[in-house]
Design a protein around this ligand. Sequence first.
Ligand code: FMN
Length: 219
Amino acid sequence: MFRRLWSLPRAITVAADMTAKEHLVKHLIVVAHPVENSFTLALAHTYAQELEKLGHVQQTRDLYRMGFDPLLSGAEILSGASGDAAQAQEDIRQADVLTVIYPLWWLSMPAMMKGYIDRVLARGFAYESEKGNVRGLLTGKMAVLITISGAPLPLLVASGNWNAVQVLQDTHIFRAAGFTLLEHLHLDTVSQKMAKTTADQYLARARACAQEHFPATLH
Ligand SMILES: Cc1cc2nc3c(=O)[nH]c(=O)nc-3n(C[C@H](O)[C@H](O)[C@H](O)COP(=O)(O)O)c2cc1C
């Protein structure tokens, strides 16, 4: 039991009189892929199921299926988030951990996920900036990134592209907003023709990611 307590991420405060219920971690999973039976969606389902098996709570927001509007409007820039973006901010307020899952598209993310970030991780909610200095407002919350690519990771690393991904996504978005980034799990050479054994190994890595960072609750 004590090993479990001490292996919790540092961002979780472990009180001396902590009860089993207090181990429970609230997860918000946000996933973006237009195809419902894509490998990206399979990863999201597997990760969510594993968290629940470990005794945690999770809410999955499947941006395409829920018809999330990814366009940041002038009105929102001037007056703040509204509608589905305001609800999405409330989802983040309620969660201990935000997990985002998406494929790399043009080394970046699908426009749907980018629009979610534009509208939801808005100034005044996720960050403040003064004279170019950005201060994250979501400190105390954790984040996990799960991405996939068609290209092999060693190729992305050798070309310098992986560094760009880490700077722009891990650091410039999630760490800048104040999240403690627990892991960026990247699964490479994903394609429709991927061998089932590879797909199964990748799904197992998603389960292992959940197990490593969020030990089972005791209830
Ligand atoms: C519009 C688009 C752009 C993509 N850009 C990249 C890219 O820049 N680098 C890469 O390695 N894979 C790229 N891919 C491949 C995806 O990352 C992913 O591996 C592929 O879509 C298979 O995953 P899925 O079955 O979940 O769709 C791209 C795919 C699409 C549809």
